[in-house]
Design a protein around this ligand. Structure first.
Ligand code: HEM
Length: 209
């Protein structure tokens, strides 16, 4: 239950928070949605997702900065050498996916939310979720990597697409995007420290139901 629900729920909240903090990115996502869907007179459907490449970059960038499972807990099957250190067999090993995703020696503008890095022509366009790029491991890697990742991605993309397409979002009161608290809580998962509060207004010209 935890693996399939909390991961997706926390990633939806982080994606929306990043889009609220970066209004230009929200506009770009909404523009892609409006163009792909052909206006504002219908909702996003599952079949539209394959035609939304920038939305997929937004989701990828969200999972780079906010992997729902920040630490992978593994055990070595045999003695190994890592960076000149000998690691005995049956050692508990923790892989800090959260820190790797923000490593400045690996990522350009590591702390910035810049989905275009994953777009065609971007410097990280080739990175995927299969666990072969060790600098990007939101679903782990190898035999114990996440078996539900593509289901999770599908749910995540659909939820963000629907929210961005159906509504215009603003922060409550007169809060500026730069004032949005982006702190997280470190544990088994890494949800937002402060829940996202955002005010929607209807954007579509058709009814929601
Ligand atoms: C955005 C969504 C998701 C993310 C980021 C995610 C991430 C992860 C990660 C990092 C692991 C551990 C991999 C490792 O230790 O190397 C994992 C394991 C697992 N996940 Fe997911 N997950 C997601 C969605 C789901 C969904 C939707 C399901 C089921 C419907 C699921 C089922 C599992 C299971 C069963 C494991 C344990 C696999 C094993 O131990 O062999 N996950 N997930």
């Amino acid at each position: 239950m935890f693996g399939g629900t909390e991961t997706v729920a926390s990633a939806i909240e982080w994606a929306m928070a990043e889009l609220m903090k970066n209004p230009d990115e929200m506009s770009r996502v909404q523009e892609e949605l409006t163009t792909t869907i052909g206006g504002l007179d219908r909702q996003v459907q599952e079949s539209d997702l394959e035609k939304l490449p920038y939305l997929k970059c937004v989701v990828k960038e969200t999972l780079r900065l906010h992997p729902p499972i920040p630490l992978l807990l593994h055990e070595t099957a045999e003695e190994s050498q890592v960076a000149g250190f000998s690691v005995p067999a049956e050692s508990r090993v923790m892989v800090n996916v959260w820190a790797i995703g923000r490593d400045r020696s690996v990522w350009k503008d590591a702390g910035e939310f810049r989905p275009a890095r994953f777009a065609p022509g971007g410097e990280e366009a080739a990175v995927d979720f299969k666990g072969n790029f060790f600098e990007f491991l939101p679903s782990g890697s190898g035999r114990r990597s996440c078996p539900g990742m593509y289901l999770g991605l599908h749910a995540l993309e659909l939820a963000v697409a629907q929210m961005a397409h159906c509504f215009t979002w603003v922060l409550p009161g007169r809060m500026k995007p730069s004032e949005l608290d982006m702190g997280d809580v470190f544990g088994l998962s890494a949800p937002r420290a402060v829940r996202l509060v955002a005010v929607p207004t209807h954007r579509l010209t058709c009814p929601l139901l």
